[in-house]
Ligand binder design. Sequence first.
Ligand code: ADP
Length: 199
Amino acid sequence: MKGKLITLEGIDGSGKSTICSRLRARPELGDFLFTREPTTDWIGEAVERAIHSDTDNLAELFLFTADHAEHIAKVIRPALESGRNVISDRYSDSRYAYQGMTLCDKFEDPMEWIQNIHRDWTIVPNLTILFDIEPEIAVYRCGKRSEQTKFEKIEFLEGVCANYLRLAEQEPERFIIVNTDRAIEKIEADVIKIITSLF
Ligand code: ADP
């Protein structure tokens, strides 16, 4: 693949979209295609419906996974093949970390199970920046946005954070962990340094 894929991961309120919009405002960084998961396409909308309703957790996983497949087929792969670099706000690791929690009663090692169903067709990112933050701080930052879904309860988020750290341990060469309990300018400077060093 000619282009490079960079993904931003971390729980809601860790600052991913704030950093994305700051990166967008810096064309000197290069010609990046900015995208996100869940997408805003119709499967992404179905994912949003699932998240905000009492949908079965396995059904929800497959909707997320369908959205990921469509996203790769229509957006990510064509961009990378044409030589464009891509930055995605959330990607496959969100599935491993979050659905690894929602499905913990269903499978012995849900995260591994979910990774397995992605194997051989997902595009593994060249770099994943993990925005590390205490769940309490992230939920506080989200304010009114918090407590809306099952994904925003502290205990659940602690499990998600642990899953993210396990993923980072599995692939230390792909992950870079950034502490986001700091001033946004400092985080932005670190992220720019990390992205620049990839090229
Ligand atoms: P995410 O995309 O990871 O859910 P956001 O970028 O939407 O996170 O940030 C959630 C909220 O926290 C926003 O109101 C944002 O302004 C605020 N925020 C983000 N980063 C910081 C930071 N480093 N310090 C303080 N507040 C922040």
